[in-house]
Design a protein around this ligand. Structure first.
Ligand SMILES: [Zn+2]
Length: 179
Protein backbone atom coordinates (compact mmCIF):
# COMPACT_ATOMS: atom_id res chain seq x y z
CA UNK A 1 0.00 0.00 0.00
CA UNK A 2 1.27 3.44 -0.90
CA UNK A 3 1.63 5.84 2.02
CA UNK A 4 -1.12 8.37 2.61
CA UNK A 5 -0.06 11.85 1.62
CA UNK A 6 -1.15 15.40 2.33
CA UNK A 7 -0.10 17.73 -0.47
CA UNK A 8 -0.09 21.42 0.40
CA UNK A 9 -0.28 23.81 -2.52
CA UNK A 10 1.82 26.95 -2.16
CA UNK A 11 -1.15 29.20 -1.44
CA UNK A 12 -2.38 26.84 1.30
CA UNK A 13 1.02 26.66 2.98
CA UNK A 14 1.37 30.44 2.80
CA UNK A 15 -2.06 30.83 4.39
CA UNK A 16 -1.08 28.61 7.31
CA UNK A 17 2.33 30.28 7.79
CA UNK A 18 0.77 33.75 7.81
CA UNK A 19 -2.04 32.71 10.13
CA UNK A 20 0.41 31.10 12.58
CA UNK A 21 2.63 34.21 12.47
CA UNK A 22 -0.25 36.58 13.16
CA UNK A 23 -1.22 34.96 16.44
CA UNK A 24 2.14 33.55 17.54
CA UNK A 25 2.36 35.58 20.76
CA UNK A 26 -1.27 35.79 21.69
CA UNK A 27 -3.18 32.74 20.70
CA UNK A 28 -3.43 29.54 18.77
CA UNK A 29 -4.35 29.99 15.14
CA UNK A 30 -7.07 27.86 13.70
CA UNK A 31 -8.76 27.39 10.36
CA UNK A 32 -10.30 25.14 7.74
CA UNK A 33 -8.54 23.34 4.88
CA UNK A 34 -10.07 23.15 1.40
CA UNK A 35 -9.11 21.01 -1.56
CA UNK A 36 -9.47 17.62 -3.13
CA UNK A 37 -9.61 14.12 -1.75
CA UNK A 38 -8.40 11.24 -3.89
CA UNK A 39 -8.44 7.53 -3.24
CA UNK A 40 -5.89 5.37 -5.04
CA UNK A 41 -6.47 1.84 -6.33
CA UNK A 42 -4.81 0.30 -3.31
CA UNK A 43 -6.94 2.35 -0.86
CA UNK A 44 -4.13 4.85 -0.33
CA UNK A 45 -5.37 8.39 0.09
CA UNK A 46 -4.21 11.81 -1.05
CA UNK A 47 -5.51 15.06 0.36
CA UNK A 48 -4.61 18.00 -1.85
CA UNK A 49 -4.98 21.19 0.16
CA UNK A 50 -5.65 24.00 -2.31
CA UNK A 51 -6.31 26.81 0.15
CA UNK A 52 -7.07 27.55 3.79
CA UNK A 53 -9.56 29.74 5.57
CA UNK A 54 -8.37 31.04 8.95
CA UNK A 55 -11.27 31.07 11.37
CA UNK A 56 -11.52 34.46 12.99
CA UNK A 57 -14.40 33.79 15.33
CA UNK A 58 -13.07 31.09 17.62
CA UNK A 59 -13.60 31.71 21.33
CA UNK A 60 -10.34 32.76 22.90
CA UNK A 61 -9.60 32.19 26.55
CA UNK A 62 -6.15 33.11 27.77
CA UNK A 63 -3.70 31.64 25.34
CA UNK A 64 -5.82 28.78 24.12
CA UNK A 65 -8.93 28.67 22.01
CA UNK A 66 -12.22 26.84 22.16
CA UNK A 67 -13.66 25.36 19.04
CA UNK A 68 -15.82 22.52 17.93
CA UNK A 69 -14.12 21.08 14.94
CA UNK A 70 -17.21 19.20 13.73
CA UNK A 71 -19.36 22.32 13.86
CA UNK A 72 -16.70 24.42 12.15
CA UNK A 73 -16.37 21.88 9.37
CA UNK A 74 -20.15 21.81 8.92
CA UNK A 75 -20.21 25.59 8.80
CA UNK A 76 -17.36 25.71 6.31
CA UNK A 77 -19.23 23.31 4.07
CA UNK A 78 -22.03 25.84 3.58
CA UNK A 79 -19.71 27.96 1.49
CA UNK A 80 -20.04 27.33 -2.20
CA UNK A 81 -16.42 26.64 -3.04
CA UNK A 82 -15.81 23.96 -5.58
CA UNK A 83 -13.15 22.52 -3.30
CA UNK A 84 -14.35 20.48 -0.39
CA UNK A 85 -13.49 20.73 3.28
CA UNK A 86 -10.66 18.34 4.11
CA UNK A 87 -10.15 19.18 7.76
CA UNK A 88 -8.60 21.86 9.93
CA UNK A 89 -5.28 23.29 11.03
CA UNK A 90 -4.28 24.81 14.35
CA UNK A 91 -1.16 25.81 16.26
CA UNK A 92 0.04 25.21 19.81
CA UNK A 93 1.95 28.25 21.07
CA UNK A 94 4.35 28.60 24.01
CA UNK A 95 2.57 29.53 27.24
CA UNK A 96 4.68 30.81 30.15
CA UNK A 97 7.46 28.20 30.69
CA UNK A 98 5.94 25.60 28.41
CA UNK A 99 6.65 25.35 24.71
CA UNK A 100 3.92 24.45 22.24
CA UNK A 101 3.74 20.67 21.76
CA UNK A 102 3.74 19.36 18.23
CA UNK A 103 1.35 16.54 18.99
CA UNK A 104 -2.42 16.34 19.30
CA UNK A 105 -3.96 16.91 22.72
CA UNK A 106 -6.66 14.63 24.13
CA UNK A 107 -9.28 17.19 23.13
CA UNK A 108 -7.86 17.40 19.61
CA UNK A 109 -8.13 13.63 19.23
CA UNK A 110 -11.72 13.55 20.44
CA UNK A 111 -12.70 15.89 17.62
CA UNK A 112 -11.20 13.86 14.79
CA UNK A 113 -13.42 12.29 12.18
CA UNK A 114 -12.74 9.44 9.77
CA UNK A 115 -10.55 10.54 6.85
CA UNK A 116 -10.47 14.19 7.94
CA UNK A 117 -7.03 15.66 8.32
CA UNK A 118 -5.67 17.80 11.11
CA UNK A 119 -2.53 19.84 10.52
CA UNK A 120 -0.94 20.67 13.83
CA UNK A 121 1.78 23.28 14.19
CA UNK A 122 3.77 23.10 17.43
CA UNK A 123 5.72 26.28 18.23
CA UNK A 124 8.78 26.49 20.43
CA UNK A 125 10.93 29.46 21.40
CA UNK A 126 14.55 28.89 20.42
CA UNK A 127 17.80 30.80 20.73
CA UNK A 128 19.24 30.14 17.31
CA UNK A 129 18.18 28.66 14.01
CA UNK A 130 19.55 25.19 13.29
CA UNK A 131 19.62 23.07 10.18
CA UNK A 132 16.30 21.52 9.31
CA UNK A 133 16.72 17.82 8.54
CA UNK A 134 14.58 16.32 5.80
CA UNK A 135 11.67 14.42 7.31
CA UNK A 136 8.79 13.38 5.05
CA UNK A 137 6.31 13.64 7.94
CA UNK A 138 7.30 17.13 9.03
CA UNK A 139 7.40 20.67 7.65
CA UNK A 140 9.47 23.02 9.78
CA UNK A 141 10.30 26.70 9.61
CA UNK A 142 11.53 29.53 11.83
CA UNK A 143 9.01 32.30 12.50
CA UNK A 144 10.36 35.49 14.10
CA UNK A 145 8.60 38.08 16.13
CA UNK A 146 10.18 41.09 17.86
CA UNK A 147 13.63 39.54 18.16
CA UNK A 148 12.29 36.19 19.36
CA UNK A 149 13.02 33.22 17.11
CA UNK A 150 10.62 30.31 17.07
CA UNK A 151 10.66 26.91 15.50
CA UNK A 152 7.39 25.75 13.96
CA UNK A 153 6.91 22.02 13.31
CA UNK A 154 3.88 20.98 11.30
CA UNK A 155 2.57 17.41 11.32
CA UNK A 156 -0.41 15.95 9.49
CA UNK A 157 -2.76 13.60 11.33
CA UNK A 158 -5.79 11.65 10.17
CA UNK A 159 -8.11 9.06 11.55
CA UNK A 160 -8.42 5.72 9.79
CA UNK A 161 -9.40 3.17 12.41
CA UNK A 162 -6.60 4.68 14.51
CA UNK A 163 -4.75 7.98 14.54
CA UNK A 164 -2.07 8.08 11.83
CA UNK A 165 0.43 10.52 10.41
CA UNK A 166 0.54 11.30 6.72
CA UNK A 167 3.52 12.24 4.60
CA UNK A 168 3.54 15.99 3.98
CA UNK A 169 4.48 17.48 0.64
CA UNK A 170 4.77 21.21 0.03
CA UNK A 171 6.86 23.74 -1.89
CA UNK A 172 9.29 24.43 0.94
CA UNK A 173 11.19 27.15 -0.92
CA UNK A 174 8.63 29.72 0.26
CA UNK A 175 10.61 29.94 3.49
CA UNK A 176 13.84 30.97 1.78
CA UNK A 177 12.11 33.76 -0.10
CA UNK A 178 10.68 35.29 3.07
CA UNK A 179 14.06 35.95 4.73
ZN1 LIG B 1 -4.56 21.33 19.86
Amino acid sequence: MDPDIIILKQRALEGIVISVQETIKKSESYGTLYGKYKEGKDNSVKWIVEFVLPNQLVKRCGKSIIYERKKDIERAEYFEFKDKVLGTFHSHIPVREEEGLSKLSKEDKKDMEHNRIDLLIGIKRIKKEGIIKENPYLISWYPRDNGQIYRADMKGYYLNKRMRRAILKAPKDIFKVSK
